[in-house]
Design a protein around this ligand. Structure first.
Ligand code: AMP
Length: 415
């Protein structure tokens, strides 16, 4: 996807080009169209995902399009951040992306003299980026009128609450007009955040992205070494012994997904497969069966699993490791969401040791190895090249991925 496909105006596109960006990040791809449609958005995204441009670009676009209030400049966009540093960063982004637009913006935070801030506000600004405490001071001094805010962003909401800003936020919300568009960005979703979001957002679009190449701390990751021929037996045992009731299992290939699904059924475990050869209808049916608990195991390939959103999914199993390390991060990001904890289990045979090393390098994490009793790998078995797995590789356009050491063919995405 290109920035030109997102519906942003030419002045903004020119500013993006000046920044040297070519491709929108995942959070931008999801957030920008939703925001441009006028939706409220609840986004799970941390620093490093490109979230700032994700809300700034559409905000600028919308403010350009909406009729300008008559008379003096009034504050139309308000962005709250927990820290001064973040406020300054966001303000810089607003400047950079809005450099070909006629808006004036200013940043407001404590610890510096208030008088220049009062003066700037008196002269009129369209967009304010602020930390809550100083903003309240200025409100109390009647230096700031927020009654015409059209666009409100709460950035890093979880940190705001951790820092005790909830009362300040509530006071600020009280003076905003009822009709406005709201966005809430947070890295985590505690009960408090959900409550805050419930009161603030109107029928929000939910957006969740994994931080680039970083795995969630909420997910416990384990590797079970095992011989390839015994993986199915081990999986059945793990599911039955631990009484896992909702498990998302990843295979590398469509054929492998079908075969495993059939084998699990034979073992008495209800299963369904989703992959690119299944019709949309069949996928929807499999997914709803899984969500409703009629199907205990959903076997999926990477592409089919994108966008699957299951509340409180507790277990993800990598029956086979992906040859593209980033896919591991996406796979295990299916669990441990929205503040819940989860387990990501990888069944790893000797053929996959190189894949495992690549994943550990990418995620900068050494995954705990657990030897399940009775499944110690046979040392006489030598590693073989992975059939249909393609080479170890990186997806075109992916950032920060591990380099390919050998010129093997690129791994096919789905077979
Ligand atoms: P953020 O998560 O908003 O703090 O952004 C993280 C970094 O990514 C910042 O340095 C941005 O300048 C940069 N960035 C944002 N969007 C893109 C993009 N589409 N392509 C490349 N870099 C980007």
């Amino acid at each position: 996807m290109k920035f030109t496909q997102l519906g942003l105006n030419e002045h903004i596109l020119r500013a993006i080009k000046d920044q040297g960006y070519t491709t929108p990040t995942p959070v931008q791809q999801k957030a920008i169209p939703a925001i441009l449609e006028g939706k409220d958005v609840l986004a799970g995204a941390q620093t490093g995902t490109g979230k700032t441009a994700g809300f700034t670009l559409p905000m600028l676009n919308l403010l350009t399009k909406a009729p300008k209030p008559k008379g003096k400049r009034v504050v139309r966009g308000l962005i709250l951040t927990p820290t001064r540093e973040l406020a300054a960063q966001v303000a810089q982004s607003v400047e950079d992306y809005g450099k070909y637009l006629p808006f004036k913006s200013t940043v407001i935070f404590g610890g510096v003299s208030i008088n220049p801030q009062i003066k700037t506000l008196k002269n009129g600004v369209d967009i304010v980026i602020a930390t809550p405490g100083r903003l309240l001071d200025l409100m109390n001094q009647k230096a700031l009128d927020l009654r015409q805010v059209e666009f409100f962003v709460l950035d890093e909401a979880d940190r705001m609450l951790d820092m005790g800003f909830i009362h300040d936020i509530k006071k600020i919300l009280k003076v905003l007009p009822k009709k406005r568009q709201n966005l809430l960005f947070s890295a985590t979703f505690s009960k408090e955040i959900k409550t805050l979001a419930g009161g603030l957002l109107n029928n929000p679009t939910l957006i969740e992205v994994a931080r680039t190449n970083e795995t969630s701390a909420q997910v416990e990751q384990l590797v079970y070494p095992v011989d390839k021929a015994r993986k199915r037996e081990m999986l059945t045992q793990l599911i039955k012994d631990n009484n896992w009731n909702q498990v998302l299992v990843f295979t590398r290939t469509k054929h492998g997904a079908n075969r495993l699904c059939g084998q699990l059924e034979k073992d008495g475990i209800t299963s369904a497969a989703i992959h690119g050869n299944k019709s949309q209808n069949a996928r929807t049916k499999a997914l709803s069966g899984f969500k409703e608990g009629e199907v205990r195991v959903l076997v999926a390939t990477d592409i089919a699993a994108r966008g699957i959103d299951i509340d409180q999914l507790s277990h993800v199993v990598n029956y086979e490791l992906p040859n593209i390390s980033e896919d591991y991060v996406h796979r295990i990001g299916r669990t441990g969401r929205a503040g819940n904890s989860g387990q990501a289990i990888s069944l790893v045979c000797i053929d996959e040791h190189e894949y495992l090393r690549d994943i550990e390098k990418l995620t900068k994490n050494s995954i705990t190895k657990v030897q399940l009793k009775g499944y110690k790998p046979d040392p006489s078995i030598a590693a073989e090249p992975i059939q249909n797995g393609g080479g170890r590789g990186k997806r075109a356009g992916a950032r920060n991925s591990s380099s390919r050491r050998k010129p093997k063919p690129r791994g096919h995405r789905e077979h």
